[in-house]
Design a protein around this ligand. Sequence first.
Ligand SMILES: C=CC1=C(C)c2cc3[nH]c(cc4nc(cc5[nH]c(cc1n2)c(C)c5CCC(=O)O)C(CCC(=O)O)=C4C)c(C)c3C=C
Ligand SMILES: [Fe+2]
Ligand SMILES: [Fe+2]
Length: 337
Amino acid sequence: MDQPPSHPAIAPPRVGVLVVNLGTPDAPDARSVKRYLAQFLSDRRVVEIPPLLWQPILRGIILNTRPAKSAHAYAQVWGEDGSPLAAITAAQARELQARLGEGVLVRHAMRYGNPSIPDQIAAMKAQGCERILFAPLYPQYSAATTATAVDALADTLKAMRWQPAMRTLPAYHDHPAYIAALASDLARQIGSLSFEPEVLVLSFHGMPQRTLDLGDPYHCHCRKTARLVAEELSSSHPGLRIETAFQSRFGRAKWLEPATDAVLAKEAAAGTRALAIAAPGFSADCLETREELAIRGREQFLGAGGREFAALDCLNVSDSGMDMLETLMRGELAGWI
Ligand SMILES: C=CC1=C(C)c2cc3[nH]c(cc4nc(cc5[nH]c(cc1n2)c(C)c5CCC(=O)O)C(CCC(=O)O)=C4C)c(C)c3C=C
Ligand SMILES: [Fe+2]
Ligand SMILES: [Fe+2]
């Protein structure tokens, strides 16, 4: 029988992967932070207060006070390659590109700030991507993170005549590859500490309690991640107690509890001397891990009587972290590559 004709001259449609994270200011100064916070905190998925009430508070108070304070915090963690969140997200995209090979174009975008989602989708389309996997790197789904990133994608597509076909990466809070990556990376980091922690605190970014009451799955996703990681770690570290907490409270409303700073103070007061803290909900180290946990968390714990403290790294571009991201992306790209 004749072989079916091959068409070497016709290149297959190019597939793209756009990894997305929250975003960060362009520079650690009050002006840049103000621009970033104005965009971030005007997002109605993030602050669910009617704009007629919220915008005067935001423009009249918050944007006149917070940028200077936050810029000081950013300056403490800013590296030679800029904001840790930006540098690590870019590195994750480069590493994924190397792993997925030439048939797939990998880029990164930020929900707030740069590089923006519309700019990156347009650039990928211009480079021939007719199919794009949109991958917000939030393991736990929330409307304030995952949904708003997908909203920005939808707005982008709405303005395009010739849209690429899209898939979005689902939450992966209980994906076996994610749990295994966390358990092995945390075990590796704990094993290389100069002390043995009595407690490992798993600190997730907080959300208003109201979002849980309204049906946002974020809190349940965080709890499930913590339970699964604790189960995996219990075999390698049977004596290690694991606690879950929620950090970064913003505003006056009630947020998810227990609050990380309260847990650190309570542990020290109860006699815990050696403690490690990790932030499994952040795929890249950022202000909230390097400043809030590693600097202020340390001060809180040691100031309340603790002796040994370690803030562990996020998965970032570790081998286990990148193995996990490659597994997730290949799973979603099935049938496309
Ligand atoms: C990982 C998930 C995140 C959730 C959920 C989240 C909710 C959330 N955040 C704020 C307010 C702020 N967050 C800020 C920084 C920040 N938040 C996340 C992630 C989540 N936020 C990250 C990765 C970062 C770090 C960004 C960086 O540049 O490194 C900030 C800015 C910093 C500051 O001024 O403190 C604010 C403000 C709300 C209100 C919210 C839930 C509704
Ligand atoms: Fe946040
Ligand atoms: Fe914070």
